[in-house]
Write a protein that binds this ligand. Structure first.
Ligand code: ADP
Ligand code: MG
Length: 394
C-alpha cells in the first residue's frame, strides 16, 4: 500500500498524531491482549474548491492533526470484534459477512469498509479492532472518511492485503455511498489517504490525480466551528447535486467540469447560478494553487472571500452564522482569507491567517460572534499532516 513505514522495523518513521500508548491501553482493556498494528488517518479541511468534487472538478484539501486511529490484531477464525472508545460500544461480525445495522451508525462505516474490500475481491481475516479519534463528528472535517480510511488501512495491514492509496480511497467512498448510504464525493477519502505534511493536495476529482502544493510556513490554518448543526444538510446537499446533474444534462456535457463561461446564461434558474459557481470555483482553485506556489497570500485571501460569496449567492449553501464568521474574519487584522468549508448549511469556516494573528481570533471573531448569535464558536488551529499511516507495533 506504499506504506509510509517499513513493516520490517518496529518504529514508524514519524510519530503518529494519536497518543499511541493511550490507544494501546484502550485495545488491551477491550480485548485482553496487545495490538499489532496501528493505522491513523486525518480529518481534512478544504482550503478552496467547494461542491466541485462531484462535478469532476478541483479541490484543495489539507489533512489536519485531528485523526481517527485504529489499533488491531489478527484473530483466529473469521470473527471480527470492534470496540469504539468514543461511543464506548462494541460490535462483532463474521469477516466475510458484514451486514448493515439499518441505523446508519458508526458500526456501518466499519463494516462498510470490510464490505467494499471483500466486494473488490480482497480476502480479509478475522481481527480485533479498537477505534479512537479526535476529529469532531459531523462538523464538516470529515471524521467519517478518516474513520473509513484508518479502518481500511488496519484491515489491509492485518490481512496482508496490498492496496494503492487511491484505490483504498475509492473503496472507502464506495462504502460510504453504497453501504452506509451517504452521498459524498471522493475528496474526503483521498485527503485522508494521501495528505502530506506541510502541504495542501490539489486533487483533480475526475482523473484522481493528486499534486502536492507546499504551504507557506508563516501562515496558520484556523478552522472555526460555527456550532450550527447541519440540520437540513443532507437533503439540501442531495438537491444541489441533482441541480448540477440537471445542468450538465441540459448543456449536453458529462459534468459541470466541462462547462465554460459561455454556458452561463441560457439555463433556467437556479441551474444557471449553480453552473456559474462550479465554473468560477474550479478557476479559483487553480488560481489559488498558482498563488500558493508564488507565495502571493493576498491573492489567495481574495480568492477565498470570492469563493464564500459564490457559495452564498450562487450555490446558496451558506447560513447567516457562516456569513457572520467570514465578515468578522474580513475585519480582523492578520486574517488573509476566510470562507465556509465543507458542504455548508452550518459546520465550519476555514481561515488562512498570519501565524502571529491566531491570537486575535478570540477578541476579533469568537467574542463578537457570541454577542450576536449566542453561540460559542470553537476554533481549531490546524497543522497539515500526512494521510494514512500504518505502523506495526512488533
Ligand atoms: P463528518 O463531517 O464528521 O464526516 P459524518 O456525519 O459524515 O460527519 O460522519 C460522522 C459519523 O462517522 C459519526 O456519526 C460516526 O458514526 C462516524 N465516526 C466518525 N468518527 C468516529 C470515531 N472516532 N469513532 C466512531 N465513529 C466515528
Ligand atoms: Mg462525512
Amino acid at each position: 500500500m506504499g506504506w509510509p513505514t517499513n513493516p520490517q522495523t518496529s518504529k514508524p518513521t514519524k510519530p503518529l498524531v494519536v497518543d499511541q500508548n493511550a490507544l494501546r491501553h484502550t485495545f488491551e482493556r477491550a480485548f485482553g491482549r496487545a495490538p499489532e498494528i496501528v493505522a491513523e488517518a486525518p480529518g481534512r479541511v478544504n482550503l478552496i474548491g467547494e461542491h466541485t468534487d462531484y462535478n469532476g472538478g478541483f479541490v484543495l484539501p489539507v489533512g489536519i492533526d485531528r485523526t481517527v486511529a485504529v489499533a488491531a490484531a489478527p484473530a483466529e477464525g473469521k470473527r471480527v470484534r470492534v470496540y469504539s472508545a468514543d461511543f464506548d460500544a462494541r460490535d462483532e461480525w463474521q469477516v466475510d459477512a458484514p451486514r448493515r445495522t439499518g441505523r446508519r451508525e458508526w458500526r456501518d462505516y466499519v463494516r462498510g469498509v470490510a464490505w467494499a474490500l471483500l466486494d473488490a475481491g480482497y480476502e480479509l481475516r478475522g481481527a480485533d479492532v479498537a477505534i479512537a479519534g479526535d476529529v469532531p463528528l459531523g462538523a464538516g472535517l470529515s471524521s467519517s472518511a478518516a474513520l473509513e480510511v484508518a479502518v481500511g488501512g488496519a484491515l489491509c495491514g492485518i490481512g496482508g492485503v496490498e492496496v494503492k492509496m487511491q484505490r483504498l480511497a475509492l473503496l472507502c467512498q464506495k462504502a460510504e455511498n453504497q453501504f452506509v448510504g451517504v452521498q459524498c464525493g471522493i475528496m474526503d477519502q483521498l485527503a485522508a489517504a494521501c495528505a502530506r505534511e506541510e502541504h495542501a493536495l490539489l486533487v483533480d476529482c475526475r482523473s484522481l490525480q493528486v499534486e502536492r502544493v507546499p504551504l507557506p510556513d508563516d501562515v496558520a490554518i484556523v478552522v472555526v466551528d460555527s456550532k450550527v448543526q447541519r440540520a437540513l444538510g443532507e437533503t439540501a446537499y442531495n438537491e444541489r447535486r441533482e441541480d448540477c446533474v440537471a445542468a450538465a444534462w441540459a448543456l449536453g456535457i458529462k459534468a459541470l467540469r466541462d462547462a465554460s463561461e459561455r454556458d452561463v446564461g441560457p439555463l433556467p434558474e437556479p441551474l444557471n447560478r449553480r453552473t456559474r459557481h462550479v465554473i468560477s470555483e474550479n478557476r479559483r482553485v487553480l488560481e489559488a494553487v498558482a498563488a500558493l506556489r508564488s507565495e502571493n497570500l493576498n491573492r489567495i485571501g481574495k480568492l477565498m472571500y470570492e469563493s464564500h460569496a459564490s457559495l452564498r449567492d450562487d450555490f446558496e449553501v451558506s447560513t447567516p452564522e457562516l456569513d457572520l464568521l467570514v465578515e468578522l474574519a474580513l475585519r480582523t487584522e492578520g486574517v488573509i482569507g476566510a470562507r465556509l468549508t465543507g458542504a455548508g448549511f452550518g459546520g465550519c469556516t476555514v481561515n488562512l491567517v498570519e501565524r502571529k494573528a491566531a491570537g486575535r481570533f478570540e477578541a476579533g471573531i469568537i467574542e463578537p460572534y457570541r454577542a450576536e448569535t449566542g453561540l460559542v464558536a470553537e476554533m481549531i488551529v490546524c497543522r497539515a499532516v500526512d494521510g494514512l499511516r500504518v505502523s506495526r507495533l512488533r
